[in-house]
Ligand binder design. Structure first.
Ligand SMILES: [Zn+2]
Length: 248
């Protein structure tokens, strides 16, 4: 490990994250009040997921959403939002207590799985939010096809299905080791979304190095080169869960 300079998010970026996280918390509190039935819980989830539009436009006022810092802000807020969705659905299931109709659950899970893209083992939160939305759209089509179950049973099953998706994601972010692996996976997915100012969409990673700061905090440095104009730059990623590896 070499000692090197880490890129830190600007004050502006931190301010956006703090303020928008508070917005997500507030929206979760509101959503929790409006989730008495499966129908309500699903509607409340959609309202909550709509927070993404709000923080995306606030971020876009100050940052390029196809550049490093803009992507870091959105990823941080998406993670909070995905965790909030999981909290909302889990809250509903814990309070509602009734077991869903198992035949309806099997039907919904099989049909939706067949229609959705499978998430990678360590997805980034935007992928999870996208899959949750895709699942609700696919569910509408499924209901319209008249499957022979009543709507409340199907909606109850959908809540359980969505909670399963959100749960799996939250585990990758909270379990030791998994959360470190998911941080590493995200680095390349950030690079994939970055666009060089020349307009080229693709950066190539020319080097990855594990570094540490003066205070011995570990971080990854990726050296990038634009495949279009050849411009070089370096970006860094915090590794707050690196210590999980040492504990093994
Ligand atoms: Zn370029």
């Amino acid at each position: 490990m070499v000692q090197a300079q880490k890129l830190d998010l600007s004050d502006q970026a931190r301010k956006i994250i703090t303020a928008q996280n508070a917005g997500i918390e507030g929206a979760l509190d509101e959503a929790r009040k409006r989730s008495a039935s499966p129908t309500d819980a699903l509607e409340a989830m959609c309202v909550l997921v709509n927070q993404r539009g709000r923080y995306s436009s606030v971020t876009a006022e100050h940052f390029d959403r196809q550049d490093y810092e803009g992507i870091q802000i959105i990823d941080a807020l998406d993670e909070s939002l995905a965790k909030a969705v999981r909290a909302l659905l889990k809250d509903f299931v814990d309070r509602h207590r009734r077991t869903p109709d198992l035949r309806a659950l099997k039907f919904v899970a099989e049909r939706l799985k067949a229609e959705l893209h499978e998430l990678p083992p360590w997805p980034v939160a935007y992928m999870v939010l996208g899959t949750l939305q895709a699942a609700t759209v696919a569910f509408q089509r499924l209901v319209e096809s008249g499957p022979g179950f009543d709507l409340p049973a199907l909606e109850h099953s959908l809540v359980h299905f969505l909670l399963g998706l959100a749960d799996r994601y939250v585990q990758t972010r909270e379990r030791p080791l998994e959360r470190h692996h998911s941080d590493i996976q995200r680095e390349y997915i950030v690079v994939r979304r970055m666009k060089c100012p020349c307009g080229e969409e693709k950066y190539q990673v020319t080097m990855q190095a594990l570094c540490h700061t003066e205070k011995s905090e570990p971080f990854d440095r990726l050296d990038l080169q634009c495949k279009g104009c050849g411009a070089r730059r370096s970006i860094t990623f915090d590794l707050p869960f690196f210590k999980d590896l040492e504990r093994m």
